[in-house]
Design a protein around this ligand. Sequence first.
Ligand code: SAM
Length: 294
Amino acid sequence: MEKVQYDRTGKLNLSTIYDRPDPVSYFSTLSQLDYAIPQAAKPLFARLIAARRSSTGRDAIKVVDLGCSYGVNGALLKYGLSMATLYRLYGNGFGGGRGDLVKRDRAIFDDPVDDDLQIVGIDQAGNAVDYAVDAGSLDGGLAADLERDGLTPPGRRAVGDADLIISTGCFGYVTERSLELLLEAAADTRPWMAHFVLRMFSFDAARAMLERHGYITEKADGLYRQRRFVSQDERRHVLDNLAAAGIDPAGAEATGWYFAELHVARPREKARKVPLAALLDGAVAVGAGEALTH
Ligand SMILES: C[S@@+](CC[C@H](N)C(=O)[O-])C[C@H]1O[C@@H](n2cnc3c(N)ncnc32)[C@H](O)[C@@H]1O
């Protein structure tokens, strides 16, 4: 793993592995930290995709993945892969160059388990987005930092008919500003939102923004393992952040892991009809001590 640095929130600074021409550094570093949130998210996203399909009455569904990196959620949701498989595919390096790796991956991302799922990724890491689109784990991609630059007209078109907007490991880097831009761009389809957010990051401002747009945000039961702390230093930073937010880490972060929660936002009229717990029935984590292995 590369030299350890921390960002302003006390998290390990991983920016050096986010934008490489191929995914090898990303997966080989994150596998050492047992990065697991896309895997934990997979069954919950699957439930939400099914629920969104019944609400639109269409099988065709467009999912926008904010902070998509190398198309991780696309690989899991559209191609049925697991994080264990991605770690095996990239985590031990690769002998050839980018072109050879793309060629190998095109064969893997040639056979969707869900043909009707269209997945479009957004990430500020242009190389990661390009790789995912070239390899095929994403149907479309947008290299953009919405926090800083907003959405361009082509960007608005790319996300304009979204049915569901998801993220794993990204909120905190992005804020309600990015979410609001996406919501405004997709005002006609009124997309649902589902974001896995570390407990040390407040979702309050996003919830208030969503409420202004006529959305209700619900938090799913359960805590979801994101990754291990890399060091005692990182652990201390995180426990300090949680203490400042009045969150008790006992049985969760105190065991050496980051934990995330799932925030789901739906238009008020939909959310009132069917509570989130009913949509997710059976797919929520049992407790902080449980590792989800779907
Ligand atoms: C921990 S990674 C998570 C990637 C992927 N969702 C996953 O779970 O494997 C965080 C991602 O957020 C992206 N990111 C950070 N700041 C961003 C921003 N302002 N706009 C869009 N993406 C951003 C990074 O480039 C990186 O790909």
